[in-house]
Design a protein around this ligand. Structure first.
Ligand SMILES: *[C@@H]1O[C@H](CO)[C@@H](O)[C@H](O)[C@H]1NC(C)=O
Ligand SMILES: *[C@@H]1O[C@H](CO)[C@@H](O)[C@H](O)[C@H]1NC(C)=O
Ligand SMILES: *[C@@H]1O[C@H](CO)[C@@H](O)[C@H](O)[C@H]1NC(C)=O
Ligand SMILES: *[C@@H]1O[C@H](CO)[C@@H](O)[C@H](O)[C@H]1NC(C)=O
Length: 465
């Protein structure tokens, strides 16, 4: 069949139209334009991620609040306890740079890490490519002699984890990156110039970010260290426009909100607002609760007692609160300088995975429901699955509610069924609560049939609301 000229003409017009459309739909380097980009679906569906804070601070691995700020507490804020600790532990005259040589990562097995993250039920992982100390975990071309290939581990720590995760799991691989560096002389010079010069961005931050994306193709960039200067100093919108329009990850990459002193909680694919952000109510923009298993610190602390680690009841409660309100949860662990994930972190992660194996139906791919927490019973958090029109009530606090469970939010219909995730003995009897809500008869479940510990999920189908 011959193509008529008229039809050919039509196709040419159609083709040019589509081409123009795609040029038109490119993002301009302004927040106005960048903020209109739809969030790649994988991020909202994932819900649970793991953050790994690993750096030269993992060598002293000591302190209180924020041990990953070790260099700063010691040489920037001059805190006596850090000065004393260093003089008691290391020979006189030791510098922070000297510590990098002791970062050997000799027991680092990225395959084992990837298997732990998978067992944890995480759908994305974020590794610190560089923290505020400036040390890069990959052989950066612009971090001469202050990177993991030249000093210490003598290994591309970052690249090896990326390979292991991609080879063994379907976990999305992301990178944390600090824009500023406490003691970098080029940065300090720009700062002394009140950020009217951009030498640090031109020679360090910018090249580093492009190198990271082109070489490792992260699906998430967790930017940080933004607060001392405006996004215009950091050239953030230009970088993000490239990321969205032309980078090798343009269709799937996600960025957070830390791109300049006034971007937090305002711009970016999703908001982090503040560390451990957990607002307890529905937010109108995608957000993430970046929190730590060691309650005080992101970097590993050898001096942390057991009581400084979150219990599984605390962790599952935080997961339920976060997901109900539309957030993702990013759970931080701190590996050791010799490359291990300490057993306390491994145990928490594996337990989280056990819990998610039973309760993941209420978590992954869920949406917030009409209510976030219950109006009658404290500590009950709701999620919703659109595909099955099911509502989930996650009962937190560590006590399985045997007997009558009174909930104020769900209104049953005649067709409603109430079950417990992971338990085959349902559905449960219930009564309509006259002032609204539902009273569920929860039978005494034998320990051998208990689906999980720490928090339990009741599933409702065909609710009237
Ligand atoms: C800490 O000591 C350094 C070097 O002596 C000094 O430059 C700096 O101002 C001090 N910082 C504070 C917060 O005192
Ligand atoms: C990828 O994983 C498989 C099996 O899990 C393993 O045999 C193989 O060596 C791995 N490849 C790399 C490059 O790590
Ligand atoms: C900012 O980004 C633009 C576009 O990529 C580039 O032309 C410019 O050189 C960058 N400025 C700095 C200071 O890096
Ligand atoms: C629900 O959450 C809000 C906000 O956190 C809180 O003020 C309220 O007490 C909670 N209600 C119950 C019943 O837990």
């Amino acid at each position: 069949m011959a193509l008529s000229y008229a039809r050919l003409g039509f196709y040419i017009v159609l083709f040019s139209f589509i081409t123009l459309q795609s040029i038109d739909s490119k993002f301009a380097p302004t927040w106005d334009s960048l903020d209109k980009r739809p969030l790649p679906q994988w991020f909202d569906d994932s819900k649970v991620g793991i953050l790994i804070c690993w750096g030269v601070y993992s060598v002293p691995a000591w302190g209180g609040w924020g041990a990953e700020w070790f260099w700063w507490w010691w040489k920037g804020a001059n805190q006596t306890k850090y000065i004393d600790y260093m003089s008691q532990t290391y020979p006189p005259g030791v510098t922070f740079q000297d510590l990098a040589a002791s970062w050997r990562a000799q027991l680092y097995d990225p395959n084992e890490w990837a298997d732990i993250f998978k067992a944890a039920g995480a759908k994305y992982v974020v590794l610190t490519s560089k923290h505020h100390e400036g040390f890069t975990l990959w052989p950066s071309k612009v971090s001469w002699n202050w990177n993991a290939m030249d000093v210490g581990p003598k290994r591309d720590l970052l690249g090896d984890l990326a390979v292991a995760i991609r080879n063994r799991t379907d976990i999305h691989f992301g990178l944390y990156h600090s824009l500023f560096e406490w003691f970098n002389p080029i940065y300090l010079k720009d700062k002394a110039n009140k950020f009217t010069t951009q030498d640090f961005v031109k020679t360090k931050t910018g090249p580093e970010l492009y190198e990271l994306v082109n070489k490792y193709q992260p699906e998430l960039i967790w930017s940080d260290g933004e607060w001392e200067a405006e996004d215009t100093y950091w050239n953030s919108t230009n970088f993000i426009a490239w990321l969205y329009n032309d980078s090798p990850v343009k269709n799937k990459v996600v960025v957070n909100d830390r791109w300049g002193s006034r971007t937090l909680c305002k711009h970016g694919d999703y908001y982090t607002c503040q560390d451990r952000y957990n607002p307890g109510k529905l937010q109108n923009h995608k957000w993430e609760n970046a929190m730590t298993i060691d309650k005080l610190s992101w970097g590993y602390r050898r001096n942390a007692p057991l009581s400084d680690y979150l219990t599984m009841v605390e962790l599952t409660t935080t997961i339920a609160e976060t997901i109900s309100c539309g957030g993702n949860i990013l759970v931080n662990i701190g590996p050791t300088a010799d490359g291990r994930i300490p057993p306390i972190f491994e145990e928490r992660l594996r337990q989280m995975g056990q819990w998610l194996k039973v309760n993941g139906e209420a978590i992954y791919g869920s949406k917030p429901w009409a209510f976030q927490n219950d109006t009658a019973t404290h500590g009950v958090w709701y999620t919703y699955q659109k595909a099955t029109d099911s509502v989930y009530a996650i009962v937190t606090g560590g006590k399985m509610p045997f007997g009558k469970l009174m909930l104020g939010a769900p209104n049953p219909s005649p067709g409603t069924q109430v079950t417990l995730l992971g338990y085959t003995g349902g559905p449960f009897r219930f009564d309509r609560n006259p002032p609204g809500g539902i009273a569920i008869d929860v039978p005494a479940i034998p320990a051998s049939q208990m689906p999980c510990d720490w928090a339990w999920t009741f599933k409702f189908t065909q609710l009237a609301n």
